[in-house]
Design a protein around this ligand. Structure first.
Ligand SMILES: Cc1ncc(COP(=O)(O)O)c(C=O)c1O
Length: 503
């Protein structure tokens, strides 16, 4: 096999045209020959070798393209804006702290990935960068390279990394009490639930931990409501869900996913779910019958590619559910808490769902936190012993979630997301080139790549080399969800870098 060309420095990898696998393997071997063996591209690490080769290749690309962008130079040069570090210079983010490219730098990245690949389950295929520190909208890898975080942990970091008010709330609570289990009352559970319920116009809160747990909780809640209040015959309750949904990874939830990879090998699945097209009110009307206890829907499908339903869909869904005696359950785990330019995505249509599910940002980017909210009338079908979680509503979570609610209380961050929306979405739409379509709301965008573009996963790696953290979904779409705290200059810079790669 001949040696495929190395990527041309300064040319994004999606334009080189070289077969990626051969190119990276060959380069890894080449790299091995003249360094202290930071990358073993032979059989030893198998798939890992390709990953490591990718890392080195992207590093070289970045170095070549962005030599002037290292922090050592950043104070003098425009293209790599310095973050406004809260609380003084960050140890890694500080001027001059960048570690130059070297074999040892490769080793730090390679070794971290090697350990993860060797000792952790392979249920993720992360972008090959090893992150070590973060502040606000910026993160740094183990080599000191800085990246603007355009994913914000799928909206779990709506307030950016290590927001000072959230850190302060967490630190204060760490010094008081962290966990009691729900066997006892704590002083913060009531206040947190009161404040959260008031923020989103609900009456009662059931705190859990992960998003999937909260969705499972909502399923139990609406089924019990169906049997105890609606009078559905035993074991007949049905829940309507949407094609292309994402609600989490438990066996019940993947059981009604339309993603074959998420389901493969995990059956048998729980019955009682019917999937209908998203955004189609007629399909909902046709599917509602006396056994349907609820319609579970993401107001905007995040994992599905930031799919925004037609205007009026949620309001219509609410009317249809009311008429049929079914509950509208909004999964706002990703869309909620400011992301779309309102506290909830449902707010855009003045819809208050019967059951609301929150997660991600509720934990302030510090702890896992989720919650199911509803009226007392609905929530009271749950009785002691019918549901619970050892960690749900723990004091540390309550302290942080309460501060999250306080941060959103004056609406400033929501207004900021709304105000910056056109800057992001119009900027992306103006790129043209390999951008086929842009969808979104607030500071949330799904960017469909044209058929001639590299797979979205590869584009994410190229963007990494340009200093941007992004994530693909469905092979052809990029998801962008920067922290709501991002400033205008950083957002503009991100759109410029995206344009340079995709235009
Ligand atoms: C809409 C929605 N629901 C549920 C989940 C699952 O949340 P978790 O990963 O915390 O279980 C996600 C995660 O991305 C989500 O986007």
């Amino acid at each position: 096999m001949g040696t495929p060309p190395r990527p041309t420095p300064g040319v994004p990898s999606h334009r080189t045209g070289a077969g990626r696998r051969e190119a990276t393997t060959a380069w890894a071997g080449e790299h091995n020959a003249d360094t202290a063996n930071p990358v073993d591209a032979t059989a030893e690490y198998g798939q890992l070798s390709h990953l490591l080769a990718d890392v080195c290749r992207e590093r070289e690309l970045k170095h070549a393209t962005f030599a002037g962008a290292r922090l050592a130079d950043a104070a003098q040069t425009a293209p790599w804006p310095l973050p406004a570090c809260r609380g003084g210079p960050h140890p890694i983010l500080a001027k001059g702290a960048t570690v130059p490219m070297s074999a040892s730098a490769h080793t730090a990245t390679a070794e971290a990935i090697r350990l993860a690949e060797t000792y952790s389950a392979h249920n993720y295929a992360p972008v090959p960068v090893v992150l070590a520190e973060a502040d606000g909208c910026w993160v740094a890898d183990v080599e000191g390279n800085r990246y603007l975080d355009l994913l914000a942990s799928y909206s779990a970091l709506n307030f950016g990394h290590r927001h000072p008010r959230l850190l302060a709330a967490a630190h204060a609570q760490l010094d008081r009490m962290t966990l009691t289990s729900r066997a006892f009352h704590t002083d913060l559970l009531g206040p947190m639930c009161r404040d959260l319920a008031a923020l989103v116009g609900q009456e009662a809160v059931l705190p859990m931990n992960s998003g999937a747990e909260a969705v499972e909780t909502a399923i139990k809640l609406v089924r019990r409501w169906g049997y105890h209040r609606k009078g559905v015959d035993p074991d007949r309750a049905r829940i309507l869900v949407c094609d292309n949904n994402f609600h989490g990874r438990t066996t019940t939830l993947v059981g009604f996913s339309s993603n074959d990879e998420a389901r493969d090998g995990f059956g048998p699945f729980a019955p009682g779910f019917t999937s209908i097209p998203f955004g189609d009110a007629d399909a909902l009307r046709d599917a509602l019958d006396e056994d349907v206890v609820a319609f579970l829907v993401e107001p905007i499908q995040g994992e599905g590619g930031v799919i925004v339903p037609p205007r009026g869909y949620l309001a219509q869904a609410q009317r249809l559910c009311r008429d049929a005696g079914a509950l509208l359950v909004a999964d706002e785990i990703q869309s909620g808490l400011g992301r779309t330019g309102a506290t909830l995505a449902c707010d855009h249509e003045a819809v208050t769902p019967d059951v609301l599910i929150l997660g991600k940002a509720l934990g302030g980017g510090i702890v896992p936190a989720s919650a199911v909210l509803a009226s007392h009338e609905i929530m009271n079908v749950l009785t002691p012993g019918s549901h619970g979680s050892t960690f749900g509503g723990n004091p540390l979570m309550c302290a942080i979630a309460r501060e999250v609610v306080a941060l959103l209380g004056d609406g400033r961050l929501q207004r900021r997301a709304a105000a910056l929306s056109s800057r992001l979405l119009d900027g992306l739409r103006a790129i043209g080139g390999n951008v086929a379509a842009v969808r979104g709301r607030g500071l949330w965008a799904g960017v469909d790549l044209s058929p001639t573009a590299q797979p979205a996963k590869h584009v994410c790696q190229t963007l990494l080399a340009e200093g941007l953290l992004t994530k693909d979904t469905h092979e052809t779409t990029l998801r962008l969800a920067p922290p709501l705290t991002i400033d205008e200059a950083d957002l503009d810079w991100a759109v410029q870098r995206l344009a340079a790669v995709l235009g």
